[in-house]
Design a protein around this ligand. Structure first.
Ligand code: GLU
Length: 426
């Protein structure tokens, strides 16, 4: 059996976003699953729309995701001669004609069958198309032609790309036929839609991979999530590590129906992948993400407490900022719910006094002290703990409150609890 050769062929006219990264991934996974080759080809024949900035973004995002390529990048802009020589071939055969500098292909009027590995057989009547530009009047190749020439020349065996290219495939097959070359196998993978079934937009999913990176997503979580957009391993498993995905990846299990982008699921998976990291690894990757005036020892304790609680590294940074900032801002609804009550503020003042008297500011000592106070006042634990949490962290959810207070330190805890005497500021 011949070696599988697949390619990812982005045009550097935009960033690598969810859709294009998923196309790259399915090719990469297939290559790795089949011990084949993954080839990177840059389709940059449109000089006006291509840019170096996008190219860099695409390459660095692929690298970050760990989708290493075995060959390339090849640049179409540097392969002009090859396209011209193939155009010449078709001219000589009388299958194309010249119109000034342009070369035009007369598409034979016949029915074309596409054997698609995802969709099965698709029949298209090419008699409705007529002609196809191969070389434009500026001597650059048109997409369909450059694509066929390259896929042929690079011995591509499988073309895995988005459904939106099905309408090109019948034209491309006509070109393979004209050049008397057997077409590669095609697998058109389903579109990714927003939750409301609209196309992906800036608001939903059409976001550069580099932005997810900045927001603190892990590459392995992105890969895990992208793999599930139109493919499933055959059971209900969602959390998977990359080697497991490679092992289980087949085109057979790619869905025909469109996939739905769901940011909450991506966040959830990211949280799962974060949790799966060892604490040392977590510390290593979060450390550059945060800065502030704290010791390494303190940071490690903080990281241990929040490792299992955050879904992105950015969220980790935000949690950390709550600890190290001088002032905290309260949300209106939390103030209404937890702090705007004289009795509650009274209790917080007492709690503050008790904490002030503590020499040993450990979670155990704090907990004993607070439990005793609750009992003494005939309250329930939550009556004190919820307002206390909001008062010191500005949030209604946090890690265990006693650990939080210890990490925050006595001085800051007392300072933040001063709000119990400042109702007018709330
Ligand atoms: N440059 C094309 C695109 O980005 C590639 C299409 C293909 O894979 O054939 O859509």
């Amino acid at each position: 059996m011949s070696t599988v050769r697949v390619r990812f062929a982005p045009s550097p006219t935009g960033n690598l976003h969810i859709g294009s990264a998923r196309t790259a991934l399915f090719n990469w996974l297939y290559a790795r699953a089949q011990s084949g080759k993954f080839i990177l080809r840059i389709e940059d024949t449109d000089k006006n729309r291509s840019s170096e900035v996008y190219l860099k973004e695409i390459l660095s995002s692929l690298e970050w995701l760990g989708m290493n390529w075995d060959e390339g990048p090849y640049f179409q802009s540097k392969r002009q001669e090859i396209y011209l020589s193939y155009a010449e071939k078709l001219l000589r055969k009388g299958l194309a004609y010249k119109d000034g500098e342009a070369v035009i292909f007369r598409i034979p009027h016949e029915k074309i069958k596409i054997y698609d590995l995802v969709h099965g057989e698709i029949e298209v009547d090419n008699s409705l198309i007529g002609e196809l530009v191969l070389i434009k009047s500026d001597r650059t190749p048109a997409y369909n032609f450059a694509c066929v020439v390259d896929d042929m020349d690079m011995n591509i065996t499988h073309i895995i790309r988005g459904d939106d290219h099905i309408s090109n495939t019948n034209k491309q097959i006509a070109l393979y036929n004209a050049l008397e070359v057997k077409p590669p196998k095609f697998a058109h993978i389903p579109l990714i839609l927003a939750p409301d079934k609209s196309r992906l937009s800036k608001r939903f999913g059409a976001v550069a991979i580099s932005e997810y990176r900045e927001k603190g997503y892990l590459p392995e979580a992105m890969i895990n999530y992208l793999a599930l957009l139109g493919w499933s391993p055959g059971d209900n498993r969602e959390f998977m590590e990359i080697p497991q995905i490679i092992k289980r990846f087949t085109i057979k299990r790619v869905n025909k129906r469109s996939a739905e982008f769901n940011e909450d699921k991506l966040r959830w998976l990211n949280g799962e992948h974060i949790r799966k990291l060892s604490l040392d690894k977590f510390i290593e990757i979060t450390r550059p993400f945060v800065k502030g005036d704290f010791s390494e020892e303190w940071f490690e304790k903080f990281a241990a407490l929040y490792h299992g609680r955050v879904k992105t590294l950015l969220e980790f940074q935000e949690e950390l900022n709550l600890f190290i900032s001088e002032d905290i801002e309260y949300r209106k609804e939390d103030v209404e719910k937890f702090l705007k009550n004289d009795q509650v503020l009274g209790i917080l003042c007492v709690a503050r006094e008790r904490l002030e008297r503590l020499d040993d500011f450990t979670p155990e000592r704090i907990e004993n002290e607070m439990r005793a106070l609750v009992e003494e006042k005939g309250l329930k634990g939550g009556d004190l703990i919820h307002p206390l949490r909001v008062a010191v962290t500005g949030k209604s959810v946090s890690a265990g409150i006693f650990e939080v207070l210890t990490l925050l330190g006595k001085e800051k805890t007392l300072k933040r609890l001063e709000i119990c005497r400042k109702k007018e500021n709330l």
